[in-house]
Design a protein. Structure first.
Length: 307
């Protein structure tokens, strides 16, 4: 996979990383105030690395706050913003991903409340995959993608197979939680490998969330938590053998992972990104800086003046 600048000299975001980083700035542990998250997200979307950035993620209960913050930034007089998009007030420039931890009962009201925005996706947490699929089929506009998340305790043993079988027969992605604010929120290599390979065996796309804002597996020095690296997950995404996937997830050498990324063919990149579509990160800067440090992203794309 080429990570070099384009022939014209302009640096580009390689296909492996395009749209990979959903902006979860308002969620823990970042907890950026919504009033600050909106202008920060719009700055990301206007930066040279914008192709790597997905939608701004927002919980159902904060959509009113989000609309007010968007109005404060974009104004209501219309016109054209610095990134070339129309400034139409009430968040018309914002691509928003709706995060619904309260289940299907939140879906209808959230879609109504999100009318001022361009809804880029829905992430629905549930304890019943079939019920969630039925609600999405009933209420979700056909052009809006969705991901369904079940608690990890329900995805152990036969539970994982049952949930993935339900989702593979639907138009929706799976969602898996890869971290959080307590040690128990982080799955080990075997558990994550089981999810990744179960999806790969079925051709089921998925997104991940939490704990992946660094490229390489590591132990957080402040908390002692074991974090998966998003490069590890990308490289494991094409594996159908759980043991092979777990070995990739356990790799702690950035040099080894970077060389593996460089050796990917265009077809392998397509397979990987058709599987692992995105992950939520409360920091956009950290994953970009990691990629630049590993030589996988041009430093021209990550200069501090663009953030």
């Amino acid at each position: 996979m080429s990570t070099a600048p384009a022939a014209s000299g302009a640096a580009v975001v390689p296909p492996l990383f395009r749209g990979l980083f959903d902006d979860a700035a308002v969620f823990p542990p970042g907890n950026l105030p919504v009033a600050e998250a909106v202008p920060a997200h719009l700055a990301h979307r206007a930066a040279p690395y914008a192709a790597a950035v997905g939608p701004l993620l927002c919980g159902a209960g904060r959509l009113g706050e989000l609309a007010a913050a968007a109005d404060a930034v974009t104004g209501s007089a219309g016109g054209t913003a610095s990134d070339g998009t129309e400034a139409g007030g009430t968040g018309s420039r914002l691509r928003v991903g709706l995060v619904l931890p309260g289940g299907s009962s939140e879906l209808g009201p959230a879609l109504t409340a999100a009318a001022p925005f361009a809804v880029a996706g829905v992430e629905l947490a549930t304890r019943d995959a079939r019920e969630a699929v039925a609600a999405l089929d009933l209420l979700l506009p056909p052009d809006v993608p969705a991901a369904v998340e079940l608690p990890r305790e329900l995805l152990r043993g036969d539970g994982l197979e049952e949930v993935l079988d339900v989702l593979v027969d639907s138009p929706y992605r799976a969602k898996f939680r890869t971290g959080g604010v307590v040690a128990g929120a982080f799955p080990d290599e075997a558990e994550l490998a089981g999810f990744l390979t179960g999806c790969a065996q079925r051709g089921l796309p998925y997104k991940c969330t939490a704990g992946l804002h660094h490229a390489v597996r590591h132990t957080d020095p402040a908390t002692g938590f074991e974090h998966h690296g998003f490069l590890n997950v990308l490289l494991a995404a094409a594996e159908t053998d759980p043991k092979a996937a777990a070995e990739i997830l356990a790799e702690r050498s950035g040099a080894v992972l970077a060389e593996a990324v460089r050796s990917l063919t265009d077809r392998q990149v397509t397979v990987i990104r058709n599987s692992f579509t995105a992950f939520g990160t409360c920091s956009i800067a950290e994953p970009l800086d990691d990629l630049a440090a590993l030589g996988l992203l041009s430093p021209d794309l990550t200069s501090q003046e663009d953030r």
